[in-house]
Design a protein around this ligand. Structure first.
Ligand code: SAM
Ligand code: GPP
Ligand code: MG
Length: 292
């Protein structure tokens, strides 16, 4: 058979979006090509669609007047985004090479690749975007890990994974696109009893009262629907997910945003994140939960 002979393989069945909203989100991510994501990913081939955590290494950045400064700034923002994934992976518990993990809302697959590189396990990513799934599968092939890391076009509320078959799963900045009860019911279905679920997410702070104007601006910018911290905890409790750790990463992510706001790659959403984190209306949170 030649590489162009397709007669023996039927094309995979890809269902259409479950709702018109999901069609909007698929179109959004199919068209997305912001330099702030592609140029950061080009640093080492890990492509993320999430934000960074940790202190800025000012010594590594050097003098802003230096001609190499912009390149160093991009590398530093990317380092902080990969550090965010490391924090998420730190909370997955003991994962073995034989385990399967699910990356729900996997984007271009950066977190999936890092999980495989750390644990040697299989990682199944799902995204609404065929462009993202193709991109992630192409990267996995280039890295020679396509038998362990795979992305597919699939609604994370209705996945093909068997009941109780998954050791751990996560949503890395992807839970603001779905109803949390539906989301956690699906994770609880495919996770093993004793398995681990982790989310890193932006959520509005019930202590503030209602979503602030900044939160509304972020929702409009990304066409998403940010939930409150209370909604996360309630929906987990209702779906056999018992929080083991709730970590407020807001102070850890602010330096990333303050640095990003000085770069040439700004997208215009920086002020909304900085102001809402500062006024306490919005929080960057990690929740790790046991499937009981
Ligand atoms: C902000 S990106 C995060 C990507 C990735 N988790 C990361 O950290 O790089 C949001 C992702 O959620 C996905 N998504 C949104 N709703 C989804 C759904 N119902 N099913 C599957 N993926 C979904 C989008 O396709 C996109 O890949
Ligand atoms: C914390 C919250 C509320 C996140 C919303 C989800 C989202 C769009 C994340 C970043 O994606 P990206 O990396 O594509 O965005 P950008 O282009 O701004 O870097
Ligand atoms: Mg980004």
């Amino acid at each position: 058979m030649t590489s162009t002979d397709t007669t023996t393989t039927a094309p995979a069945f890809v269902p259409g979006p479950a709702t018109p909203y999901q069609g909007d989100i698929a179109r959004y991510w199919n068209a997305e090509a912001r330099p702030v994501n592609l140029r950061l990913g080009d640093v080492d081939g890990l492509y993320h669609h999430h934000y960074g955590v940790g202190a800025v290494d000012h010594a590594a950045l050097g003098d802003p007047q230096d001609s190499a400064y912009e390149k160093k700034l991009i590398a530093e923002l990317h380092r902080l985004e990969s550090a965010q994934t490391d924090v998420l992976l730190d909370h997955l518990g003991d994962i073995g090479r034989e385990d399967t993990l699910v990356d729900a809302g996997c984007g271009r697959g950066g977190s999936s690749v890092m999980a495989h590189q750390r644990f040697g396990c299989k990682v199944e990513g799902v995204t609404l975007s065929s462009a993202q799934a193709d991109f992630g599968n192409r990267r996995a092939k280039e890295l020679g890990i396509e038998d362990h890391v795979r992305a597919r076009v699939c609604n994370m509320l209705d996945t093909p994974f068997e009941k109780g078959s998954v050791a751990a799963s996560w949503n890395n900045e992807s839970s603001m696109y779905v109803d949390l009860d539906d989301l956690f019911a699906e994770h609880a279905r495919f996770l093993k009893v004793g398995g681990r679920y982790v989310t890193i997410t932006g959520c509005w702070n019930p202590k503030y009262g209602q979503p602030s104007k900044w939160v509304s601006q972020i929702n409009a910018h990304f066409e998403c629907n940010i939930h409150s911290r209370r909604e996360y905890l309630r929906a987990m409790a209702d779906n056999r997910l018992v929080p083991q750790a709730v970590v407020d990463l807001t102070p850890e992510t602010l330096p990333y945003w303050e640095l990003r706001a000085t770069s040439s790659l700004v997208t215009g959403i920086e002020e909304a994140f900085i102001e809402s984190y500062r006024d306490g209306s919005f929080q960057y949170v990690l929740i790790a939960a046991d499937r009981v």
